[in-house]
Write a protein that binds this ligand. Structure first.
Ligand code: AMP
Length: 310
């Protein structure tokens, strides 16, 4: 396992891996034609090297590791970035206190099959005078985009930079951050970034709480209340599957359930279309029910995707 801290070294490693693989391919083709058949005796699958990228902010949990394992099963070279990206935090947010443990991250990433951890400093990632931003319009207006101004601009900018440095064929994201995944998929399409965006299921604790690095902030009393978010969203799913078509009724029920947790305050609860993330007046097709709450100082998000019957 290697830990790389500079963009130049990271780019060199990916390009060397690709060149090495091409050379292997060429050599195998020569031998195969000489022997009058194709040989896979060296165990290498045919074709160019596939590079997978798993972008993270570290303090890894099973959610991150599930993305790494999926990448391992589909790619030849698995790169995981561990970078607490300052540009996606608002001035009042938790950039300074965000949990960090690089030593443990490297050990568990290696176990999950990661080949390289890319861990640049903020100064390495953003040159002095950095002035160029990637902004996906529309999809970033609602949900977390409304309550965290500038957040998605920071995310799409850093992910674009990671794509430029690591040149992945595939990049892996979690559906816990459903809006982020949609925004990144749209960005890749709109900017012709040659990467397949793969969205993986949310990993949960046994009581349903979505795994998150920020769960480490919760006090024991808050942690005991935290599963209310998942419970409220599952109830929304059941209600829509049972025929409820009015998003206002669904939102009111979720807000009511969340109010049962004494330390919880609602940031947002919205029922939006899964294609453009706009609030819907009536639930006629697939919708995303997404919510964000604060439990004390900790902000938690979760969501469900539901298709109404018929
Ligand atoms: P983060 O380190 O929180 O920025 O997350 C890095 C990646 O891991 C993002 O694509 C997240 O959506 C994904 N992720 C975070 N939590 C989970 C989870 N519980 N299950 C699956 N993926 C997750």
């Amino acid at each position: 396992m290697q830990v790389i801290t500079t963009k130049a070294e990271m780019r060199r490693l990916v390009r060397t891996a690709r060149a090495y693989r091409s050379a292997q391919e060429a050599s195998r083709a020569t031998h195969a034609s000489g022997a009058g058949g194709s040989s896979r005796a060296d165990g290498v699958e045919p074709g160019p090297a596939v590079v997978g990228l798993v972008p993270t902010m570290g303090f890894l949990h099973e959610g991150h590791l599930s993305l790494a394992r999926r990448a391992r099963s589909e790619c030849d070279l698995v790169v995981m970035s561990v970078f607490v990206n300052p540009t996606q935090f608002g001035p009042e947010e938790d950039l300074e206190s965000y949990p960090r443990d690089l030593g443990r991250d490297v050990a568990v990433a290696e176990e999950a099959g990661v080949d390289v951890v890319f861990h640049p400093s903020a100064a390495e990632m953003y040159a002095p005078g950095h002035a160029t931003w990637v902004d996906v319009e529309g999809l970033t207006e609602h949900l977390c985009g409304a309550s965290r101004p500038g957040h998605f601009r920071g995310v799409t900018t850093v992910v674009s930079k990671l794509f430029a440095v690591c040149e992945p064929d595939r990049a892996y994201f979690g559906s816990k951050d459903a809006q982020q995944a949609l925004v990144i998929r749209r960005m890749a399409r709109d900017l012709d970034q040659a990467v397949e965006v793969i969205v993986c299921p949310t990993m949960r604790e046994s009581d349903g709480l979505a795994m998150s690095s920020r769960n480490a902030y919760l006090t024991p009393a808050e942690r005991a209340q935290a599963p209310v978010l998942r419970r409220a969203l599952v109830e929304a799913e059941v209600s829509i599957s049972g025929g409820e078509r009015d998003p206002r009724v669904v939102v009111a029920a979720v807000v009511g359930r969340l109010a049962e947790a004494p330390s919880a305050s609602v940031d947002y609860v919205e029922v939006v279309s899964t294609t453009d993330l706009r609030p819907t007046d009536r639930i006629d097709g697939e919708v995303l029910v997404a919510a964000a709450i604060r439990l004390g100082a900790t902000r938690l998000i979760d969501n469900v995707v539901v298709s109404p019957p018929g």
